[in-house]
Ligand binder design. Sequence first.
Ligand code: FAD
Ligand code: NAP
Length: 339
Amino acid sequence: MTLQLQTQVSLKPFNTFGVDVRAQVFAQAHSDADVREALAYAAEQALPLLVIGGGSNLLLTADIPALVLRMATRGIRLLSDDGSRVVVEAEAGETWHPFVQWTLEQGLCGLENLSLIPGTVGAAPMQNIGAYGVEIKDVFVGLTALDRQTGELRDFTLAECNFDYRDSLFKHEPGRWLILRVRFALSRAEHLHLEYGPVRQWLTEQGISHPTASDVSHAICSIRNEKLPDPAVLGNAGSFFKNPLVAAAIVAELKAEYPDLVAYPQADGRIKLAAGWLIERAGWKGFREADAGVHRLQALVLVNYGAATGLELLNLAQRIQKDIAERFKVQLEMEPNQY
Ligand code: FAD
Ligand code: NAP
């Protein structure tokens, strides 16, 4: 038995909100064998199993009466390389940003816009992580998951994952698939995505007219560092709400009242509203009650100033949801996974 089981462990260091709840049992998986051992232990003890990675998309509202298994498996390998297209596989426990940096050091393009997203490789498919105009589905080729119901391994193709905006099959079958490793097809040629937000402007200001993928990564790290709170300094889980996708007719009505409404038409005809704009417009930016608050620079980010509980953060989120629904007739959906 290699799995180290601990009881009554504080999860404060294991969730970026820094919420202090306890796991009934806690362990870290360093191999597939550890994962299987954890599953067997949970079954034997009739304990639920909660798998986590970096804890950067969690809202923990109470002690967790479960075995909390933190994925800590490591390993990155090249599976194929035809000189232009390179397939790379990484273990679930690899930390996302160092993995992105590793691909850039190998001269591989594709993940640069996703630089500095916290968390692990294994959690990235859960909500099809995205930023600055790129989502992992754009470079994803497959993953291997353990079916917790049958104990069998299953390989998923891109089509089978049902990726959508911050969504996937795995979000809809919670507790079934334990993602072990993920595969990405990256490119030796540089097809850069520069049109989103202030990326090109940042590059121009640095005098970079022919950027490389590494330059884009630097641009995005710099932009993110300026705007987003560092969870090591101020607890948060990134964007707390998804940007709502709404019908064009609703946007037309809102535009009549709010001509500066921020809205982005999507390929499917719906329109994406910037949830941060709605929350800021409703006056919540910088709001604080006890230690739960709304970040002063980015209204989409809820923050824990120190001792906020998960329930206090949830309560604040629900008040914001209600207010936005009343003012704008738009329902905001929470992004972090709540336990
Ligand atoms: P966790 O929070 O540990 O888990 C998230 C969910 O995945 C849970 O339901 C958990 O049970 C499940 N899970 C974790 N690992 C596995 C596994 N191996 N198999 C099966 N299920 C698993 N997200 C974006 O999309 N874009 C961004 O730009 C972005 N920026 C962020 C910035 C900040 C400052 C923060 C704090 C968060 C940000 N996020 C962003 C959200 C978050 O970083 C991502 O969703 C990330 O992929 C979560 O990874 P994690 O390892 O921390 O997952
Ligand atoms: P931002 O640049 O201030 O933009 C505000 C919103 O408008 C974003 O949420 C983005 O939607 C949308 N947007 C901006 N430019 C767009 C364009 N050209 N086309 C379509 N939509 C556009 O956003 P930000 O908060 O600083 O974040 C920058 C990027 O990092 C965004 O992609 C954001 O999703 C990502 N991010 C995500 C998290 C998270 O936890 N999920 C946390 C921090 C940052 P999208 O969000 O749909 O891209």
